[in-house]
Design a protein around this ligand. Structure first.
Ligand code: SF4
Length: 440
């Protein structure tokens, strides 16, 4: 059982899917930054694509994604037209440089689209970028996954599917506005296996309203019985001041910080006992899965989609609110679909926010990524100021990290504090922390 040290978890910290984090983005970047970043992509350099579909059949109350209800076909069609235009715009600007090795579809729920509309868009994408042979992945809402969608996934050679499961407990599903019978999940897994999908991920959550440790154990056992290749177990972040849709969730029913910590530990212990390898601080994978192999080889990475074996340093985000990551800058598209339409419709990139990364940002980002992915980092070249050293020393005295010269490594007990330890290296965290989620 993990050691609970509440003081260390009292400060909310970023999830570090990028460094600097999106909280540091400003509006000082614009479309010319995207032009310059694309011009910097080398011939044959690996490029990953992320396509954002900001629509879902129903909106879950806990959701922190940029998404809306897919209740009007015309709205979806108009969005797909613009997304197609953006695909062409970016591909033209790349001019054949770069080699697309990954294509990830997320949202929202890509399966809020009609399968034939998805087929057409994917065809356009593969032609524009010569993406044949790229590793394809997609996030799917099991409530809308029928035979036609499973066939589309097979037709488009998408080998990895992530299912939003969250919890199997009906009373918790009701409390978070996401009612989905267990049969929907089992049916989805069956259809995807029949379609030849090689890797299925389940997203699960702890820290949900009314969720007891018994509820969580029951969900984990049901999930394990269905045999996913990977699982991600996220702590629910209750931030209704930022996400008004969360106001429908009864905050008085949320587990205490201690209970959240216990739940995270239970998930870790139960899944590893069931044969899954712990990946980073919240992912689990079967031995032999690509992400487990990468983790064992010290090659695990972290990007906007979480832990990944994707080694590319260039991720191009397409669609409203999508974020692109280049070695020297992070660029986010307009979140608002109306403004996204206007920009793309006028033939411009939809870049609205972001930042240019300094050389120091790159070094700090690499160290933070190493801590979170591999449990150790080389701190040479970082500004180890007195406050940073003092913070690290506190973790060392508690037996959560070890230091050997410039090498920093997490002790076994340090895993649940990994984000807090990484945050000691982040100079931007001296200010307001209110925008981040609980450290566990
Ligand atoms: S289906 Fe997923 S993306 Fe859509 S509202 Fe629910 S949690 Fe959010």
């Amino acid at each position: 059982m993990w050691r609970y040290i509440p003081d260390l978890l009292a400060t909310p910290v970023p999830r570090y899917t990028s460094f600097p984090t999106a909280a540091e983005f400003t509006d000082t970047v614009d479309a010319p930054d995207m032009d310059a970043a694309l011009a910097g992509v080398g011939q044959g350099a690996p490029v990953s694509l992320y396509l954002h579909i900001p629509y879902c059949r129903e909106i879950c109350w806990y959701c922190g994604c940029n998404t809306g209800a897919a209740n009007r076909t015309g709205r979806l069609d108009a969005y797909l037209q613009r997304l197609g235009q953006e695909i062409d715009l970016v591909a033209t600007s790349l001019g054949g440089r770069g080699k697309v090795t990954r294509i990830a579809w997320g949202g929202g729920s890509p399966n809020a689209l009609a399968p034939d509309a998805f087929d057409r868009l994917n065809d356009r994408l593969l032609k524009a970028f010569d993406g044949a042979g790229a590793v394809g992945s997609i996030e799917v809402d099991p409530r809308g996954l029928g035979r036609a969608w499973a066939a589309s996934i097979a037709r488009n050679r998408i080998g990895r599917v992530s299912l939003g499961v969250q919890t199997f407990a009906p009373h918790i599903q009701a409390a978070i506005g996401r009612v989905q019978p267990e049969a929907d999940i089992a049916n989805s897994v069956g259809l995807l296996c029949e379609a030849g999908v090689g890797s299925i991920n389940f997203d699960l959550m702890y820290g949900l309203p009314g969720q007891s440790t018994g509820d969580l154990v029951d969900t984990l056992n049901r999930a394990i019985a269905m045999g996913p290749d990977r699982l991600a177990v996220f702590g629910y972040a209750h931030v209704p001041h930022l996400l008004p849709r969360q106001r429908r969730i009864d905050a008085s029913a949320l587990p205490s910080p201690r209970d959240r910590f216990v739940q995270a530990g239970i998930a870790h212990d139960l899944l590893t006992a069931a044969g899954y390898q712990a990946i980073g601080f919240d992912h689990f994978a079967r031995t032999g899965d690509a992400i487990a192999i990468a983790a064992s080889a010290g090659k695990l990475r972290r990007n906007f989609q979480g832990f990944t074996e994707d080694a590319s340093d260039t991720l191009i985000g397409l669609g409203a609110s999508a974020i692109s990551a280049f070695p020297d800058r992070l660029l986010q598209n307009e979140k608002n679909t109306g403004r996204y339409h206007l920009k793309i419709g006028s033939g411009r990139f939809a870049t609205a926010r972001g930042l240019r990364r300094t050389a120091l940002d790159a070094r700090i980002g690499a160290a933070i990524e190493q801590v979170l992915c591999n449990g150790r980092a080389d701190l040479s070249g970082l500004p180890l100021t007195r406050p940073v050293e003092a913070a690290l020393e506190r973790f060392r005295m508690l037996g959560l990290v070890a230091r050997d010269g410039h090498d920093l490594s997490l002790a076994p007990d340090g895993l649940p504090y990994a984000r807090s330890i990484a945050a000691t290296l982040d100079p931007y965290r001296a200010g307001n922390q209110v925008r981040f989620s609980s450290a566990v």
